[in-house]
Design a protein around this ligand. Structure first.
Ligand code: AMP
Ligand code: ZN
Length: 479
C-alpha cells in the first residue's frame, strides 16, 4: 500500500511498525452542531483508507477522538446560562450539547455506512484531562512549556522541528508572542496554548496551574499517545488541519517523547459546494440530513464522495449527486443480474471465445492495484465499470454459467467491502425505505403533513407498512 505523506510530500510505501497491523489516528468531530457534508467527506476518505488496508490484509487499530471541549463548544453551550451559574451547571450544559451532537454524528456515520463497531477506540476528550495535564507537565519539565497567568504555552523556539510538516519559514516565527485561540492561521505562528486559565462564564477543571481547561491541540496528542502509543503508522485529517493543529500535535507529542511519533500524515482535500466554500450565508451549507430530506440516498452521497480522488478538491453539486446515483444503480443492477440465472437469447451459434473468468481476474487485479496506489478510486471504479460493460454484453449473447456468476458476485461483494455502496439486493431496498422514512420524519418535523402522507402512501404502494411509535420513532414492515 502506498500513500501520499504530507511530511515528505511524496507517495510512499506504508510499512507498518508491527507486521500486518496498522495503527491509525484520525481527528474526530467537534460536536457542537451537525456535521456538514465537507466534514463527512473527510470521514469517508478515512473510512476508505481503513477498509482498503483491511481489504489488503492488514488489521487496523483505529482511534478517532470526539472533541467535546473546545472554544466553539463552550461559546454555544454556555449561552443560555445565568452569569452566576456554578461550575457543575456549566459542565452539565456543555455535556448536554455534546451528547446530543455526538449521537447525531454517529447516526450520520451509520447512514453513510461507517459503522461505530469499525473503530477500535472512540475517546471523548473530557475523559482524558489527567493525561493532558501530565503531558503538559512533562513538556514543562523539558523546558518546552511555560505558565503565564494560569495558562500554559508551548515554546516553539525550544522545538527546532517546529514547522516541518506545514513547511513554515522559521525566520518568520514570532518568538515569545503567544496565541490563545484554538484556531489560527499561518500569519500567527506563535507560542500556542496548551492549557487555558478559566475565564468567567466557562466550565473548568482543577489543575496544577489553577482552574482551567485544555487547548484543542493537546487533546489529540494525549489521546493518541495513550491509546495508540508512541509510534503511530498513520495520522489523518482534512487539509485545514495541517496547520496549526497537526503541526502542534507533532510539537507536543515529539517534544514529550523525544522521537518521531507518526510515520505518515495523510490529508484529505476539501469539499466545495457549487464551486464555493460552504457557508450558511451563501445558502450552500448542507448536512447529510438536508440531502436526505431532499430525497437523496445517503449511499449515493457516499459514492459521490468516494468516486473522486481524496487529494483533489471536490466540487459537490446536486447534479453530481444524481450522476453518482445513476452510476451506482448500474452496479446495483449488474449485481441483481448476476444473482439471477440469465436466459439465453442468443442463437447459441455465437462461438467467439468468451473468457469471463479471465476478464474477472484482470478487473480484480486492476481494482486492488488502483486502491493500493494512494487510494486511486476513480481508476478502481473504472476497472469495475469495464467489467460490468463487458460481462453485460457477454451475458446478452451467451449467459454466464451459475459458477461464473457466483465468482463475479464474490468479487462484487469483495469490492463492496471497500465501497459499501452496493449491498446485496434485500438491503438495498431496506436502505431506500430507511431513507424515505427519514424524509417523512423530516417532513413531519417541518409540519408538512401532506408530504409526510405522500411518502406513507408511496411506501404503502411498495408494500411497506409504517408504524409510528410513542417515542417519536417509526418502525416499518412488509405487508
Ligand atoms: P471539525 O468537526 O471542524 O473538527 O472537522 C472535522 C473534520 O472535517 C476535520 O478533519 C476537518 O479537516 C474536516 N473538514 C472541515 N471542513 C471540510 C470541508 N469543507 N471539506 C472536507 N473536509 C472538511
Ligand atoms: Zn487532532
Amino acid at each position: 500500500m502506498a500513500l501520499y505523506n504530507t511530511l515528505t510530500r511524496e507517495v510512499e510505501r506504508v510499512d507498518p511498525i508491527l507486521p500486518g497491523e496498522v495503527s491509525l489516528y484520525t481527528c474526530g468531530p467537534t460536536v457542537y452542531n451537525y456535521a456538514h457534508i465537507g466534514n463527512l467527506r473527510t470521514f469517508l476518505f478515512q473510512d476508505l483508507l481503513k477498509r482498503t488496508l483491511q481489504g489488503l490484509g492488514y488489521r487496523v487499530r483505529h482511534c478517532m477522538n470526539i472533541t467535546d471541549v473546545e472554544d466553539k463548544i463552550i461559546r454555544d453551550s454556555q449561552q443560555g446560562l445565568p452569569p452566576d451559574a456554578d461550575n457543575p451547571a456549566r459542565h452539565a450544559a456543555m455535556e448536554a450539547l455534546t451528547a446530543r451532537y455526538t449521537a447525531a454524528f454517529f447516526e450520520d456515520l451509520e447512514s453513510v455506512a461507517i459503522p461505530r463497531e469499525g473503530f477500535t477506540f472512540l475517546p471523548r476528550a473530557t475523559a482524558y484531562i489527567p493525561q493532558m495535564v501530565s503531558l503538559i507537565q512533562r513538556l514543562e519539565a523539558r523546558g518546552l512549556a511555560y505558565a503565564r497567568e494560569g495558562s500554559v504555552y508551548f515554546r516553539i523556539q525550544g522545538f527546532p522541528e517546529y514547522g516541518r510538516l506545514a513547511r513554515l519559514d522559521r525566520e518568520g516565527m514570532l518568538a515569545g508572542a503567544s496565541v490563545d485561540a484554538d484556531e489560527y492561521d499561518r500569519d500567527s505562528v506563535q507560542d500556542f496554548v496548551l492549557w487555558k486559565a478559566a475565564r468567567p462564564g466557562e466550565p473548568w477543571w482543577e489543575s496544577p496551574w489553577g482552574a482551567g481547561r485544555p487547548g484543542w491541540h493537546i487533546e489529540c496528542s494525549a489521546m493518541g499517545l495513550e491509546l495508540l502509543g508512541e509510534r503511530i503508522d498513520i495520522h489523518s485529517g482534512g487539509v485545514d488541519l495541517v496547520f496549526p493543529h497537526h503541526e502542534n500535535e507533532i510539537a507536543q507529542s515529539e517534544g514529550c517523547i523525544g522521537h518521531p511519533w507518526v510515520r505518515c500524515w495523510v490529508h484529505g482535500e476539501f469539499l466545495l459546494v457549487e464551486g464555493q466554500k460552504m457557508s450558511k450565508s451563501l445558502g450552500n451549507f448542507f448536512t447529510l440530513r438536508d440531502l436526505v430530506e431532499r430525497g437523496h440516498d445517503p449511499l449515493a452521497f457516499r459514492y459521490a464522495i468516494l468516486s473522486n480522488h481524496y487529494r483533489k478538491l471536490l466540487n459537490f453539486s446536486m447534479e453530481g449527486l444524481r450522476g453518482a446515483k445513476a452510476a451506482l444503480d448500474r452496479i446495483r443492477a449488474f449485481r441483481r443480474r448476476m444473482e439471477g440465472n440469465g436466459e439465453s437469447s442468443g442463437d447459441g451459434a455465437w462461438k467467439e471465445a468468451l473468457d469471463p473468468l479471465g476478464r474477472l481476474a484482470q478487473a480484480r487485479q486492476a481494482f486492488w492495484d488502483a486502491l493500493a496506489d494512494d487510494l486511486n478510486t476513480p481508476e478502481a471504479l473504472a476497472s469495475l465499470f469495464t467489467l460490468v460493460t463487458d460481462l453485460n454484453a457477454q451475458d446478452d449473447r451467451l449467459p454466464l454459467t451459475r459458477e461464473e456468476r457466483d465468482r463475479v458476485l464474490a468479487f462484487l461483494e469483495e469490492a463492496d467491502g471497500v465501497f459499501a455502496c452496493w449491498p446485496a439486493d434485500a438491503s438495498v431496498e431496506d436502505l431506500e425505505v430507511a431513507a424515505l422514512v427519514e424524509s417523512r420524519r423530516a417532513a413531519k418535523g417541518a409540519r408538512n403533513w401532506a408530504e409526510a402522507d405522500r411518502i406513507r402512501e408511496q411506501l404503502r404502494a411498495r408494500g411497506i407498512i409504517l408504524e409510528d411509535r410513542k417515542d417519536g420513532s417509526t418502525a416499518w414492515h412488509r405487508a
